[in-house]
Design a protein around this ligand. Sequence first.
Ligand SMILES: *[C@@H]1O[C@H](CO)[C@@H](O)[C@H](O)[C@H]1NC(C)=O
Ligand SMILES: *[C@@H]1O[C@H](CO)[C@@H](O)[C@H](O)[C@H]1NC(C)=O
Ligand SMILES: *[C@@H]1O[C@H](CO)[C@@H](O)[C@H](O)[C@H]1NC(C)=O
Ligand SMILES: *[C@@H]1O[C@H](CO)[C@@H](O)[C@H](O)[C@H]1NC(C)=O
Ligand SMILES: *[C@@H]1O[C@H](CO)[C@@H](O)[C@H](O)[C@H]1NC(C)=O
Ligand SMILES: *[C@@H]1O[C@H](CO)[C@@H](O)[C@H](O)[C@H]1NC(C)=O
Length: 608
Amino acid sequence: MARLQKLLLLLGLVLNAQAMGNAAQDNQQIIANTLITTEAHDRPNVVFILTDDQDLHLDSLSYMPYLKQHLLDQGTFFRRHYCTIALCCPSRVSLWTGKAAHNTNVTDVNPPYGGYPKFVSQGLNEAWLPVWLQEAGYNTYYTGKLFNAHTVENYDAPFPKGFTRSSFLLDPFTYQYLNSTFQTDKDAPVSYEGNYSTDVLASKAYDFLEDAVSEKKPFFLTIASNAPHSNVAFKQDWFGGNASGDTIITSPPIPAERHKDLFKDEIVPRTPNFNPDKASGVSWIAGLPKQSQNNVDFNDHFYRNRLRALQAVDEIIDGVIKRLDEYGILDNTYIFYSSDNGYHIGQHRLQPGKECGFEEDINIPLIVRGPGVPKGKVSDIVTTHTDLAPTFLSLVHGKLRADFDGAVIPLDAPGLDEAQVTRHEHVNVEYWGFALSEGDYGQRWFDNNTYKALRVIGRGYSLYYSVWCSGEHQLYDLINDPYEINNLYPTNHSAIFTFEQVNSGKSASAKLGTLISRLDSLLLVLKTCKARECTHPWEVLHPSGNVQNLYDALDSRFDDFYELQQERVSFSKCEKGYILESEGPIGAKAYSIEEIGVRGGHLWHELV
Ligand SMILES: *[C@@H]1O[C@H](CO)[C@@H](O)[C@H](O)[C@H]1NC(C)=O
Ligand SMILES: *[C@@H]1O[C@H](CO)[C@@H](O)[C@H](O)[C@H]1NC(C)=O
Ligand SMILES: *[C@@H]1O[C@H](CO)[C@@H](O)[C@H](O)[C@H]1NC(C)=O
Ligand SMILES: *[C@@H]1O[C@H](CO)[C@@H](O)[C@H](O)[C@H]1NC(C)=O
Ligand SMILES: *[C@@H]1O[C@H](CO)[C@@H](O)[C@H](O)[C@H]1NC(C)=O
Ligand SMILES: *[C@@H]1O[C@H](CO)[C@@H](O)[C@H](O)[C@H]1NC(C)=O
């Protein structure tokens, strides 16, 4: 009976949509899809647990037993998942819209370049995932941190659109573990002074879950903790366009009372890039002093409190799984786990923080379990936060949008196997403006942290390339230098760069300059790419389709095209936001077929 009612209701919607003519065609498609899949089987639910500033490289996942038991062991871990901008608000806006920051132009945490007001003024409150999920017939629930500069003043100007129910953590209390403010549905904000914020979050999440289940409609629930972000107090000027090291007070995250004595002996992993004797990186990082023992001790304490603060999140994982099981819907629910961006503590002598392009900051957790998702699998395919909105929409059988900058992440074994061969190998990373030290030591604020970067992970290579507003460049070969210590860019560009096992066990080599020219042109395409160009940039450079990856592009017949004809990525000025005039050449030239006959000296060759 219930099923019949549902079908009739959907049928009515289809007829209505038809009556509305062309304008309703998109919706009609969605409803038609809904009808088909409702007949076949109930559409899945999705629970998305999103943490704040959680690292992958400082080993935080190893301290979360429920995460291991319920997610890693029961799902697939995407170990090459990246954010495309290592800062909370821009990263979250990219995640929820499926667009790179250069296409949302939400590039900062505060106005004028970012924050909730910029999200709204860019028209994104009408064009983001919650709205599309509702259009696809889903109930949507959200609790926790949404964006920065979403405050007790502007929470209703306007309300975030697209939620069946919501309860948001609001600034300036978002990062106050013991003095949070939540704002529920259309109600006024409520202070939870004295309660532990992650526990308040858990109670909201469980209430919403109960609500969602009682509605008998598929649902999408997001649980977004402020943990393990540092504890923060703001001075009012922070939000008004005068953000600086003087208008923010950061301290280590605060654990729940029951977790405060855990992990007494843990310290930041002492990887080769941890507080090294020899500085490296671009000038502002290379200029950092080696950290004193007191500084290192404090940062280890900071690290321990991150692990402790994550325990309450780990309990939420268990609480959610147990409830889904009790409701009898665990088998029809996808659970996603990720963070907005990564984190560094002490690597390259950096104080606690993010905002950089190093692996610690951009390579972040993504774990998925659910119907058909391989269990206990580790996938090597390259995925990014801009892929999540398309992935969610495809799971709920919604209509994918033509302007998505990302691509659906396959979630079953055949799809994952195929993607291993066919999926793109690059990540475009971008950043504008400040870097902040969140610990007690060192210079608090650095202004000119503006760069364009590229991660390329293919067969036989794993590279990081970046161009800075200062004119500096970085090139790291992560196969031989996984900790990004030896910048190859300032070395001899005529030297030979050797790749490993590019094809069938053979090695190959190219001049460093040849390699750099290809990476630069790829970055030139990506830094302003839109939609398909972002996932298929080689098509822009080689419209004939004969180049599909970096390996193909290294062919010596393209030397002249890349080394002489293309302009190089550059900046004329360091800006705090996306000011196009200061960002040098825009758009790359396309290789023309006529030139194929002109061959160079075959510098690119295989060494058997
Ligand atoms: C919570 O925030 C309010 C408003 O800023 C403040 O008056 C109060 O002292 C804070 N309480 C704690 C425990 O920090
Ligand atoms: C907040 O703390 C009080 C006192 O311990 C408790 O009674 C209440 O249930 C807590 N509220 C939430 C939402 O955790
Ligand atoms: C920013 O600081 C400047 C100089 O102190 C001041 O004149 C201006 O009013 C401040 N703007 C805001 C929005 O607080
Ligand atoms: C750069 O490398 C090339 C090729 O190995 C070599 O011939 C040349 O002498 C090097 N130049 C410098 C300045 O070291
Ligand atoms: C930052 O860049 C601006 C503009 O390019 C420049 O005027 C300023 O001196 C730079 N500041 C620092 C601290 O390097
Ligand atoms: C991005 O937003 C800023 C602030 O509103 C504006 O000045 C800039 O021109 C915008 N950039 C682009 C490329 O539209």
